[in-house]
Structure formats: C-alpha cells, structure tokens
Design a protein around this ligand. Structure first.
Ligand code: SF4
Ligand code: SF4
Length: 197
C-alpha cells in the first residue's frame, strides 16, 4: 500500500461482502484499516475502502503486486555476482531461470539472509495465500482427498502479503537455512474443513 501510494497517490480498495464470506469474514475491513495504518509508517498514503465494484479497468492483486515488486526482483537479480554464470543443470520441469538465479545468488552471497514462510496448525487450505503471493512462491495442489501447500523457497521475497492476508493468521515468516533456498517445501497438508461442502 505504501509503495502504491507513493507512486499513484490515493489508494482506493474495493471489497465484497466480507461479513458473508466464508474465507474472509467480518473482520476483513478492520484488518484493512490496520494494514493502512501500518502502510502510513512508511508513506503518508491516503487509503479509502469502498464496498462494491470500482469503476475502470480491473487489475488483479497478483498483477498489481508484480508491478510493484518489479524493483524487488531487479534487486534480487543484482545479487547475482559476476558473469558468465556457471553452467546450470537443465532438467525437465526444473526451476524457471529467475528462480535458479535467485538460488545461485543466495549460495554465492552467504551474508544474504533468505526468508521463508511456515504454516502452523489451523490452516483451512483456502486459496488466499496462493492468490496474494506476488511471485507465485506458494502453490496449492489437490492430492486425492487432501490439499497440499508447497513453497518454492527461492521465489519467496518475504513480502509478508500472505502473512497479512491469511484469514486464520497461521503463517509466520522466518529465515530459511541456506540448504532450503533451492528447494520446494511442503508447508501444510490435510483435508480441508470445506471439503464436503
Ligand atoms: S496458510 Fe492461511 S491463507 Fe494459506 S491456505 Fe492456509 S488458511 Fe489459507
Ligand atoms: S512472504 Fe508469502 S506472499 Fe510474500 S513472497 Fe513469500 S510466500 Fe509469497
């Protein structure tokens, strides 16, 4: 929000029927207010929350975050030291180039601390963290009757969007040990409470 306010001025957020939403809940508007307060610690952004549709072209949260985090991605790319890069093993279904570069950067710059998230008991396997993650670091897949959350550690920027947005507040940010940076970790697995709905 602070970044958006510093670039575009007043930020207007639209929300739906939070009180009737089984994923969000009635506390969402209050939570947005707290996020706006937090954003004002970094920039005097004016935030307005309106109920219903906004006029104009729709921009998804993912596109917005991707645009705002462009500079963060460039910073991560800057961590990669001298060229040429060593040959990287290409494998079918392997990591996209950007993630491989981030993993390489982490390995070469031991002083760089790398974030990851952890999901604690109480996760409802809703789609919120996978939807808000600007780098698609978190994915949710169905495996039989279970759903599983996976984290691509190299893609996590530690932005905290998922931490802030998780309805039951079960995500926490922590430092990733270096050996986890290139890995995909299982964060949570289970049969969600809404499975039989
Ligand atoms: S960690 Fe939170 S946001 Fe992510 S699936 Fe679980 S409940 Fe939803
Ligand atoms: S902190 Fe959460 S939302 Fe941000 S990049 Fe990491 S997994 Fe994605």
């Amino acid at each position: 929000m602070a970044e958006a306010g510093s670039r575009f001025g007043k930020v207007v957020l639209a929300r739906g029927d939070c009180a009737g939403c089984r994923i969000g809940g009635p506390e969402v508007p209050e939570h947005l207010g707290r996020m706006a307060e937090e954003a004002r610690r970094y920039f005097p952004v004016e935030v307005e929350v309106v109920a219903g549709e906004l006029p104009g072209e729709r921009v998804g949260r993912r596109e917005l975050f991707q645009a705002l985090l462009g500079s963060a991605k460039r910073t991560a790319a800057d961590l990669v030291p001298e060229l040429p890069l060593p040959a990287l093993e290409e494998k079918e279904g392997g990591l996209p180039a950007e993630l491989r570069l981030r993993g390489l950067a982490a390995g070469r710059a031991p002083e760089v601390r790398w974030p990851r998230i952890r999901v604690e008991e109480g996760c409802t396997l809703c789609p919120v963290c996978t939807n808000v993650c600007p780098t698609e670091a978190v994915r949710r897949v169905r495996e039989g009757e279970e759903y599983v959350l996976y984290l691509q550690v190299a893609a996590c920027t530690g932005c905290g969007a998922c931490v802030e947005s998780c309805p039951p507040q079960v995500i926490r940010l922590e430092e990733a040990p270096k050996e986890e940076v290139g890995k995909e970790l299982e964060l949570f697995r289970g049969r969600p409470p809404w499975y039989d709905l």
